[in-house]
Design a protein around this ligand. Structure first.
Ligand SMILES: Nc1ncnc2c1ncn2[C@@H]1O[C@H](COP(=O)(O)OP(=O)(O)OP(=O)(O)O)[C@@H](O)[C@H]1O
Ligand SMILES: [Mg+2]
Length: 449
């Protein structure tokens, strides 16, 4: 059934806090409120001052409340991919001694079984994504409720992250008087929301160029397979301009936005603009090309960091190429520069929603879209992680109260599985009569097997 209801996304970024409130009517998304407030209390994507962050969140929320004309109480919050780990997980339960219909509680219990593992004390389970259920040996089931069986199995993907980062985000959001409906790993929602079907399926690299960090991720087979965070972003570009041109941070930011280009070959060597230099009364003239060279130097460094991590896992030439987004991707010439560095197809994603046509909003919109796209099964499995009692609206399977559990006390039964195919050396030659689509699928699926 198509979604109906209100969804609010909260993106706690280093440069700014973004809020989007959207109303869904029969699956149709309508943005009814937006907030965007300067961020304080974060450094390179991480909260370093909870109180200041709370103040910034409150400001962005009240802007969105004013525009939407509602009080925001619940939010889906983005979580950076810093030190994120992903592993496959699986669990099995006996539904009953004799065959009976599988219900919500069985799904809850099998999800609990799939999460049984020892998590190091400094890490926390952030999310569990169910992939497949198996009922009495019959595989590939997406929703086992209502089916008859004695044995239920679930396989999925489990995400863990540093407890401190997760705690600080939860603390700041709760102190801003908001209830967290869902913590969403930002590259996961971003990849799910902004990539086209084929890009998600066959493999695409997603680079989110924020202010304080750059996140490089890979989506393949509709799953997030890899994510790496570098603590450099658009703010480093601004700092470089400020240092090289000896101008204030705010003037450097304005120069970047008004005259900046990431690809010096496209910048004019004759067009000049005035720069207020510290300690000098008269402004100094600088060419667009010179400014572009300063910008290019830092961006090449950021792209090379991404290139290094991608070549380590042999995923530089995925069929979908590279999709750039995030505020810093707005600099003209960015696509050309990325193309020159990576030597693959590159496109820029800019949201198409009215009033939000700027890549700074890509993440927050994706949080809303991701939250709205989750199925009842996703929510049931997630409730096994949080201990919250989730009652599906349309289930009709008679939910019994679910027991509350914490993740910390689980014991280890499953070991971690690496996604990255370090030993991938096989050449995938296209066979005679094999379509390009099948060939690409086979080739890229091997990387992550
Ligand atoms: N039009 C523009 N031209 C150039 N740069 C821009 C433009 N708009 C925004 N930026 C840059 O984008 C960056 C902010 O992007 P974004 O809002 O995606 O980051 P964030 O989410 O706050 O931070 P992060 O994701 O790193 O924690 C800043 O460095 C800003 O200067
Ligand atoms: Mg961001």
């Amino acid at each position: 059934m198509a979604k109906t209801g209100l969804y609010t996304g909260l993106d706690i970024g280093t440069t700014s806090i973004k809020v989007v409130v959207a109303e869904y009517i029969e699956g149709q998304m309508n943005v009814i409120g937006v907030g965007n407030s300067k961020s304080e209390g974060l450094d390179r994507g991480i909260i370093v001052d909870i109180e200041k962050t709370v103040g910034s969140i409150r400001r962005a929320i009240s802007q969105a409340e004013e525009k939407a004309g509602i009080k925001i109480t619940n939010v889906s919050v983005g979580l950076p991919a810093t030190s994120l780990q992903m592993e496959r997980c699986s669990g099995m339960i006996a539904v009953g001694a004799t065959s009976k219909e599988i219900n919500d509680e069985d799904v809850f219990n099998v999800a609990m079984a799939a999460m049984v593992r020892s998590t190091p004390p400094e890490r926390k389970i952030i999310s569990v994504l169910p992939q497949n259920f198996t009922v009495d040996g019959f595989e590939g089931i997406k929703d086992p409720r209502g089916m008859i069986g004695v044995r239920l199995e679930m396989s999925g993907i489990l995400f863990t992250g540093p407890k401190t980062i997760v705690h600080n985000i939860q603390k700041a959001v709760e102190k801003a008087d908001l209830h967290i409906d869902r913590l969403v790993i930002t590259p996961l929602s971003l990849g799910s929301a902004i990539l086209e079907d084929g890009e998600k399926e066959f493999g695409t690299i997603l680079i989110d160029l924020g202010g304080g960090q750059t996140t490089t991720s890979v989506m393949h087979n509709r799953e997030l397979k890899f994510s790496a965070v570098s603590s450099e972003g658009g703010d480093n570009v601004t700092r470089d301009i400020s240092v090289v041109l000896n101008t204030s941070h705010s003037s450097a930011e304005a120069l970047k936005i008004n005259y900046g280009n990431a690809y010096p070959e496209h910048a004019s060597g004759t067009e000049e603009f005035p720069v207020d230099v510290i300690g000098q009364e008269e402004p100094v003239k600088v060419t667009e090309k010179y400014l572009a060279e300063i910008i290019e130097a830092r961006l090449v460094e950021i792209f090379n960091q991404a290139k290094d991590v991608l070549s380590e896992i042999n995923v530089l030439n995925v069929p979908g190429g590279i999709v750039l987004t995030g505020g810093a991707a707005s600099i003209p010439g960015m696509v050309e520069l990325a193309q020159a560095v990576f030597e693959v197809n590159v496109r820029l994603h800019v949201p198409s929603h009215m009033g939000l046509r700027n890549p700074v909003f890509s993440s927050v919109i994706s949080l809303v879209e991701y939250a709205a796209s989750l199925t009842e099964i996703n929510c049931l499995v997630e409730s096994a992680r949080t201990g919250d009692h989730f009652v599906p609206i349309n289930s009709g399977y008679g939910v019994k109260p679910c027991s509350i559990s914490t993740n910390e006390s689980f014991e280890q039964t499953i070991h971690q599985e690496e996604y990255a195919g370090d030993d991938y050396e096989e050449e995938y030659v296209r066979e005679k009569g094999e379509g390009i689509v099948q060939w690409a699928k086979k080739k890229w699926s091997k990387i992550f097997d």
